[in-house]
Design a protein around this ligand. Structure first.
Ligand code: ATP
Length: 359
């Protein structure tokens, strides 16, 4: 658990962060968001003392951060930033091992940890261990940066616009990966972004700042449906509210068993998946918007995964004109399906009302 108590930062007589107090429970994914210059980065950097506090306190699992010895600070608080900050003349493995090396872990323990983190971020050690940062794509470099920040298994991970410099597709992949890693590690994360979609994708708690002050600190859905004031309402915007809410719903919440034989249920829904011998979907019979009886080859672009947002699933259904998407596991095997009816709440109660699942 991390507690910010009355954090204030003053530059030249002006408070750029003013009396910010919030508590993030262990395992929460907290996102600091707000307009440019509102004090997000300064708040984050006060947490690991890159910026000294003017006043206030930061308590990490009972300990005052300002009093932690430097070695404990490095071990207990990980930090990942947009430019990655990787050392250019160090290999990927050595970069990831930065903090464990400073902490003088044994070579075998460091090697094991590097391999474990590379596996977690889907970086094949045989291919990437000995590469240098300039040999990596932007997305790979970001993965290494986050792996390095996690190396000593910190109690809290700070991330300052880590995906700000990568293209939108890589960014989405990194966000999905971050959600998976958060789920796997249960880490407490404080993440700065100015991108609302990113905040909605990742946060379990959102802190909205304006002019250095904390305007609202809440669960994402509450921020949208119960804005504290006009600034929050305008910041989140009421346009596309249904779609924004769908960006907080996940395919696994709407998934149902796949239809493997034809049977008429709801009109337009009679359909059936044909699988290859490995259980991967290859053809969808029926369930087209245009021609219900058409056979459609399953394409990778309209496959869904359990962690995908329902907004993305809906977008794929509309774009590819199908009423259902196959849901596959990591090996591509069909494990379920998700359909228009589910989104509209026709066949489940997981609809769009605010009382639904919120994580
Ligand atoms: N070292 C400094 N000296 C003086 N003023 C500073 C310093 N660092 C930041 N500021 C000011 O503090 C305010 C908050 O800056 P901060 O970087 O925290 O904002 P931010 O919300 O992260 O912005 P952005 O989204 O644009 O990165 C800004 O007005 C900035 O100009």
């Amino acid at each position: 658990m991390i507690e910010l108590q009355g954090l204030t930062k003053t530059y030249a007589g002006k408070n750029v962060v003013e009396d910010v107090s919030m508590t993030l429970e262990t395992g929460e994914f907290g996102v600091l968001i707000g307009p440019s210059g509102c004090g997000k980065s300064t708040t984050l950097k006060m947490i690991n003392r890159l910026v000294p506090l003017s006043s206030g306190r930061i308590i990490l699992n009972g300990d005052d951060v300002t009093e932690l010895p430097a070695e404990q600070l490095r071990r207990r608080i990980g930090y990942a930033i947009q430019s990655t900050g990787l050392f250019p003349h160090w290999s990927v493995a050595r970069n990831i091992a930065t903090v464990p090396q400073l902490l003088k872990w044994s070579k075998s323990r460091i090697d094991d940890r590097v391999d474990e983190l590379m596996a977690m971020f889907h970086l094949d050690p045989a291919e990437f261990r000995d590469k240098y940062p300039h040999q990596l794509s932007g997305g790979q470099a970001q993965r290494v940066g986050v792996a390095r920040a996690l190396a000593a298994d910190p109690e809290v991970l700070l991330m300052d616009e880590p995906f700000g410099a990568v293209d939108p597709i890589t960014r989405e992949a990194l966000q999905a990966e971050m959600r998976r890693v958060h789920g796997q590690t249960g880490k407490t994360i404080v993440f700065v972004t100015h991108d609302m979609d990113e905040a909605l994708q990742l946060a379990t708690r959102i802190a909205l700042l304006n002019n250095g002050r904390l305007v609202q600190y809440d669960r994402p859905i509450e921020m949208m449906v119960k804005p504290a004031d006009d600034f929050v309402r305008e910041f989140f915007g009421q346009a596309d509210l249904g779609l924004k809410l769908l960006s907080r719903r996940w395919v696994h919440q709407y998934q149902r068993p796949p239809s493997l034989t034809h049977h008429a249920t709801l009109p337009g829904l009679d359909h059936c998946w044909r699988l290859d011998e490995a259980g991967r979907p290859i053809v969808l019979e029926g369930a087209r918007l245009d021609d219900q009886h058409q056979h459609t080859d399953v394409r990778s672009e309209w496959i869904a995964t359990p962690e995908m947002s329902m907004k993305e699933a809906l977008s794929r259904m509309v774009w590819y004109r199908v009423m259902v998407l196959p849901v596959v596991d990591e090996t591509g095997k069909l494990i379920g399906e998700v359909g228009m009816q589910g989104i509209m709440g026709i066949e489940s109660d997981g609809g769009l009302h605010a009382g639904g699942p919120a994580s």
